[in-house]
Ligand binder design. Sequence first.
Ligand SMILES: NC(=O)c1ccc[n+]([C@@H]2O[C@H](COP(=O)([O-])OP(=O)(O)OC[C@H]3O[C@@H](n4cnc5c(N)ncnc54)[C@H](OP(=O)(O)O)[C@@H]3O)[C@@H](O)[C@H]2O)c1
Length: 174
Amino acid sequence: MKTTAYIGTSLDGFIARKDGEIDWLTQFENQEINQSYTEFINEIDAIVIGRGTFEKVLTFPTWFYQQKVFVLSTQIKEIPNNLKEKVTLLSMEPKELLHYLSNEGYSNIYVDGGKVIQSFLKENLLNELIITRVPVLIGKGIPLFGPLYKDLSFKHIQTKVYSNGLVKSHYERI
Ligand SMILES: NC(=O)c1ccc[n+]([C@@H]2O[C@H](COP(=O)([O-])OP(=O)(O)OC[C@H]3O[C@@H](n4cnc5c(N)ncnc54)[C@H](OP(=O)(O)O)[C@@H]3O)[C@@H](O)[C@H]2O)c1
């Protein structure tokens, strides 16, 4: 089972403003960046997101995930009718969730959302981090990282610098 977080952050380590806005990030989107994301997500067989990310994705004009999406939430009671075949609602701890997904036949999982990524890291259950830093400080917001029980070491695989200043670094858990 491979688990990867692929996420964009501000230079000061935030993934969204406090209100969830990601305008500071999307202004850097271009064909090259989108292609890199497409190459990544094409290898993925299931996506795990938290309620916060799900609520944000629901504001986009269209549902863009091709793969099955598992939404972690204790508060959402029902998935909108038009998404019932694409989205499964779950409330599980990371370890239990990975057992569940493995039993369902999934082996390459994309984990997204600040709190969800933090909960996976706390349990040392993320194998790869692909972090794209945007050259903007936003001062405050939703942080990518949080407290850990112990240090986690990663091996640097590669860093790509895009012409618009974005820096994408790929790390693998040692
Ligand atoms: N920069 C980027 O590339 C990027 C990527 C993804 C998301 N975002 C942004 O990040 C924001 C959302 O991040 P977030 O940190 O607020 O939320 P999140 O991680 O997407 O969702 C957190 C919620 O998921 C639920 N949850 C259920 N099980 C959980 C578990 N095991 N671990 C953690 N959470 C669990 C909880 O909801 P309940 O209260 O319902 O139980 C929790 O409040 C959005 O604004 C989105 O736009 C940015």
